[in-house]
Design a protein around this ligand. Sequence first.
Ligand code: 8YV
Length: 329
Amino acid sequence: MSTRKKPIVVVTRKLPEPIETRMMELFDTRLNADDQPLTQGQLIEAVRQADVLVPTVTDHIDGAVLAHANPNLRLIASFGTGVDHIDLASARQRGITVTNTPGVLTEDTADMTMALILAVPRRITEGERTLREGNWKGWSPTWMLGHRIWGKRLGIIGMGRIGQAVARRARAFGLSIHYHNRNRLPGAVEQELEATYWESLDQMLARMDIISVNCPHTPATYHLLSARRLELLQAHSYIVNTARGEILDENALTRMLRRKQIAGAGLDVFEHEPAVNPKLLELPNVVLLPHMGSATIEGRIDMGEKVLINIKTFVDGHTPPDRVHAGMF
Ligand code: 8YV
């Protein structure tokens, strides 16, 4: 057993038990047993203390927080794939490496996306609500009619790992696959997915029956689906977002849903989580989920394993496998 001092690892939220136990064995770990999200003051305290910080999507690690980091804070090993809650430029300048947990939540997030692609046009939660509220008067040939998804066009925005996993599922449900991405996929992948590439997002939006948002939130994708772009959608179309709320203008979307300028939406993420535009809650043609796209116990354990590996390789002096960027010095 090495006598070298173990690094202080501060974990901001409660993680699955096997991950926390291993974290305790490997490092000088500070856990958050009652899982209360940290306030900005508590986050500042955490970066003052930590050699390694393990945050999640609920921690906003901006420049103001990082300004209080102690000089030994060398790694932010985030639990999650998206890193839009971390001011990457500021971390980099301070010599702090950032890692994430990509790959292990691809299939779970794609499943949830497919669930919403089915749930919204087929009015699944609306039907369930009606039944639970005791308002089901019995079967009728013209009641609770939704829309068929077989044979419709799905436009995927962001054709990375998750976008492609959605495409594979959607093909099996008879949807034809269209996509917009920063870079066109290799021909072999396009062929396998029978996917049509649209260089112009505007042109794709105007022609699709269902849109799925699967790109990361970056400064370039903030309000990518602006009011102007949302207005390009056809009135019968649906939109599903399991990526980040900030990618679409939630107020504009709500307005369009209320005016029936689009047919419905399935949202797992929101612009100001955990707040949800109250007008969305009043609409029958939306399915709203509390950011649970990757919420499986298997996924959470895999994410935790990735965090452990990233920390261990880093403190042992190697390049962590999921490095988003290295600190600048
Ligand atoms: C995670 C996510 O639950 O990984 C992501 O980017 O959005 C979620 O699936 C969350 O980020 C954990 O921090």
